[in-house]
Design a protein around this ligand. Structure first.
Ligand code: 2P0
Length: 332
């Protein structure tokens, strides 16, 4: 009910009872948080306990096409395959569409991911961000970015950060209705910054981020330390971006990710997304730092590792990690 009210307030004078186009499409990049979102103060509205700050993954993301169809149910395709309506993925998409579309409007949703789904590379973020923008175009809403970000947040929290390229900050907000919890791009370009994706596993995870963060908030004694720590980290990361201080950025982002995982390990039963290969890779990264190569790591709710480094070290790191997928976040 709360969501229906919020959505009708967001759409208000933008609401249209018919699509304004025959079809629409949109692209949104995936994003990796440098200071993480882990824990909600409202699970229905996806309101976070803290703010977070991310970097978008340029060409790694989701392309979504929408077309009204004459059918009883929405039809959803993921990477050319029809998705069973009973899957959690279809359920999340259909639920969101029901909140925002006029009754009776049924869509074909074709979505293509260039990131592995559910392998900790945040495909739900780019997925909902692309869906929100494609819907905005199809319906001719012409919503301002803040409202689009809130609509994306209702689908998946981290999606509110995926509407832009580059650095993006999601403000925690204070209001119970969630109207002040949205993301905005930060006006800083860091052309030498690189991300490296190391895919440790593509298996579907058994505990979703949504379940994992709820479980951590409810059962982990270490979680009490998290809000203050990550709020300090976010501030330091923002300052490191402004000063282009790579060591400060890398060190703070790595510590933030490790602290988030420590809160999960202290949950009961413990929640450990890491695989043995994840830990082996961490040691490799720490050895490289001891050898003088400035490379840092971050991890999300999965076993995969993302490296942070500068362009000058790209060749040597590609030599060491031959599966490394390099992302230049500020190159078109
Ligand atoms: C982040 N993650 O900041 C953190 C770090 C995973 C670890 O945002 O329940 O899929 O849909 O709001 O957005 C993943 O959580 O969760 C996430 P919901 P979401 O990127």
């Amino acid at each position: 009910m709360q969501i229906v009210k919020l959505v009708s307030r967001l759409l208000a004078s933008h609401y249209r009872d018919q699509p304004q186009l025959a079809q629409s499409q949109a692209y949104a990049p995936s994003n990796i948080a440098l200071s993480k979102y882990w824990g909600k103060r409202d699970t229905k509205l996806n309101l976070p306990i803290t703010g977070s700050l991310s970097i978008s993954l340029a060409k790694h993301g989701t392309q979504t096409q929408l077309k009204p169809i004459d059918d009883a149910n929405h039809r959803i395709y993921l990477n050319h395959k029809l998705v069973e309506p009973t899957t959690p993925f279809a359920h999340k998409v259909v639920t969101w569409l029901k909140w925002v579309l006029p009754a009776g409007l049924v869509l074909e949703v074709k979505t293509y991911n260039s990131v592995p789904t559910a392998a900790g590379l945040a495909s739900s973020a780019s997925g909902f961000a692309a869906l929100v923008q494609a819907t905005n175009r199809l319906m001719g809403w012409e919503l301002p970015d803040k409202k689009l970000s809130i609509l994306a947040r209702l689908g998946s929290g981290s999606a509110c950060r995926s509407l832009w390229h580059g650095f993006v900050e999601w403000y925690v907000g204070e209001c119970d209705d969630g109207n002040d919890s949205f993301a905005e791009p930060l006006p800083y370009v860091w052309s030498q910054l690189r991300l490296g994706l190391l895919q440790i596993s593509t298996e579907n995870k058994t505990v979703s981020s949504r379940q994992g963060m709820l479980h951590t908030v409810q059962t982990s004694t270490l979680y009490k330390k998290w809000p203050d720590q990550t709020t300090t980290d976010l501030r330091q990361i923002r300052s490191a971006i402004v000063a282009q201080d790579f060591e400060a950025l890398g060190a703070t982002a790595e510590r933030n990710a490790m602290t988030m995982h420590a809160t999960m390990m202290a949950a009961w039963p413990p929640l450990v997304y890491w695989k043995p290969e994840s830990v082996a890779t961490m040691h490799q990264v720490w050895d490289l730092r001891r050898q003088g190569i400035p490379v840092y790591l971050t991890m999300d709710a999965g076993p995969n590792i993302k490296l942070l480094f500068l362009k000058q070290d790209q060749v040597v790191l590609q030599d060491i990690f031959n599966q490394l997928q390099v992302v230049a976040p500020f190159q078109p």
